[in-house]
Design a protein around this ligand. Structure first.
Ligand SMILES: Cc1cc2nc3c(=O)[nH]c(=O)nc-3n(C[C@H](O)[C@H](O)[C@H](O)COP(=O)(O)OP(=O)(O)OC[C@H]3O[C@@H](n4cnc5c(N)ncnc54)[C@H](O)[C@@H]3O)c2cc1C
Length: 436
């Protein structure tokens, strides 16, 4: 593979590293080339920044269907909702940044068609944009329940800043709040609403909130919400919403009528892939990309919530719907489409904030054969390690920030650990690691 060409490409670790091995990517020839990014969210925003950060001097065009410049979504279910964070603070960059960096930001219109043969996209309204390389970062959209009455005013979803503005407005006064779905989003909003003094009911079809964490850890969170006064109904669904002019009640699968003035439907998201219809780009639980964030077409890349990628370390295809991943994969895709053959192989990480508890999760454990607790869950601060054949695959920590760094190293090492020592809070986690 050729070494760095006259493209002004800087190695992401700083300097013009001779180690920056280039593949003949779609952007060779630099300055006159155009990278078009579809989706001006987190992954798209960070990708545009990374292109300039890597010294790319060609055109960067960032197209988003929302009226806003790129912003962070985590505060939308937390500090923005409580009012602790001013709206202006959610944006990735100040308004002048995009002009200064010569990033053309086109907002408020979706891309409705991609023509890979002509290397061109069409925006709603008919205007067309040409590209040399296309990066798709369209994110995900909330799933609907698909039950009668879901279109009634007062039944809301939460994905965008506009959704958060609506929800915040709807939470003024004293609405009785119903949250459908006890995933991370639903639980965060339930916590905010409860702390604001609202009557809150949560309906969850699984047996515990945040079921991906398992019965035991999910059970801890069920207790937290109930202790704060949330009425949590598990193993339950909503089959219809009722109301005249706006939502007044929800009917459950067991036939209970739950009176409510405001509903948040938070039953997960689905990757946005519809704009790929007819392009021939392979889909597999999202836009399928390889470890270099490349789709089945060599000049089209994808990243973030919308993309499922081949993880070379885990040797499986993953799609992750979390902040860290979206920004890191956006930046990795940008560097890869510049020709740096940099495999994207992270240990996934995410966090959630509910009441005065911060949950952090590192790793990926779709299944496990042992769960090792460390620290007293009763005190609201503990870690739980998900083990497979005595190897740490993932860790969730609640208000125990220091454990996450050690857990990450244990996961990366992939060596067997002694579960008894792992669970003994008296044994420092660093003692389980080999000397640095
Ligand atoms: C309320 C909320 C709270 C969250 N809290 C946390 C948290 O605490 N911790 C955590 O780890 N993660 C959290 N997340 C998840 C995290 O924010 C997402 O994983 C991340 O935003 C995904 O980034 P993305 O760029 O892939 O997608 P997005 O940020 O959704 O950006 C995609 C953008 O593309 C646009 N788009 C879609 N189709 C088109 C089109 N055809 N043309 C043009 N534009 C298009 C979309 O409108 C959107 O603006 C939260 C998410 C939400 C919604």
């Amino acid at each position: 593979m050729p070494r760095r060409q006259g493209q002004g490409l800087r190695h992401p670790c700083g300097g013009y590293g001779a180690e920056a091995v280039l593949s003949p990517g779609p952007l060779r020839g630099g300055r006159r080339r155009t990278v078009l990014i579809v989706g001006a969210g987190l992954a798209g925003g960070r990708a545009a920044e990374a292109l300039r950060g890597a010294g790319f001097e060609g055109r960067v065009v960032l197209v988003g269907d929302e009226p806003e410049r790129p912003y962070e979504r985590p505060p939308l279910s937390k500090e923005l909702l409580t009012g602790a964070l001013p709206r202006e603070r959610v944006f990735l960059r100040p308004p002048g940044y995009y002009r200064d960096q010569r990033i053309t930001l086109r907002r408020g219109r979706p891309v409705v068609q991609i023509d890979p043969a002509a290397r061109r996209v069409t925006l709603d309204g008919g205007s067309r944009l040409r590209y040399d390389a296309l990066l798709l970062t369209p994110g995900a959209r909330p799933r609907r329940l698909g039950v009668p009455g879901e279109e009634l005013p007062g039944v809301l979803a939460l994905r965008t800043l506009a959704d958060a503005d609506r929800l915040r407005q709807a939470l003024t006064g004293q609405p009785r709040v119903l949250v459908v779905g006890a995933g991370f989003l639903g639980c965060e909003v339930a916590a905010v609403a409860r702390q604001a003094g609202h009557a809150v009911t949560v309906v969850e079809q699984g047996q515990v909130p945040m079921a991906g964490l398992g019965r035991a850890v999910g059970g801890f969170w069920a207790g937290v919400h109930r202790d704060h006064g949330v009425r949590l109904l598990t193993g339950e669904t909503v089959t219809a919403f009722r109301g005249v002019g706006r939502v007044e009640a929800a009917l459950t699968g067991r036939g209970e009528l739950l009176p409510c003035d405001l509903v948040l439907v938070a039953v997960g998201v689905e990757p946005v892939t519809d704009l790929l219809a007819g392009t021939g780009v392979a889909l597999e639980n999202g836009i399928a990309v390889d470890e270099h964030c490349r789709t089945s077409r060599p000049d089209i890349y994808a990243a973030g919530d919308a993309a499922s990628w081949w993880h070379p370390g885990r040797r499986l295809r993953l799609r992750v719907e979390h902040y860290d991943h979206a920004q890191n994969q956006g930046a990795a895709a940008a560097r890869n489409l510049l020709g740096l053959a940099e495999p994207y192989a992270p240990i996934p990480y995410f966090w959630s904030q509910q009441y005065d508890l911060t949950l952090q999760h590192v790793g990926h454990a779709p299944s496990w054969d042992a769960l090792v607790w460390r620290g007293p869950a009763t005190g609201g601060t503990f870690s739980a390690f998900y083990l497979e054949n005595d190897r740490v695959r993932a860790c969730v920590a609640v208000n125990r920030f220091k454990d996450i760094a050690a857990a990450r190293r244990l996961i990366a090492l992939g060596q067997p650990v002694d579960p008894r020592r792992l669970g003994d809070d008296g044994v420092p986690l660093r003692d389980l690691l080999p000397p640095a």
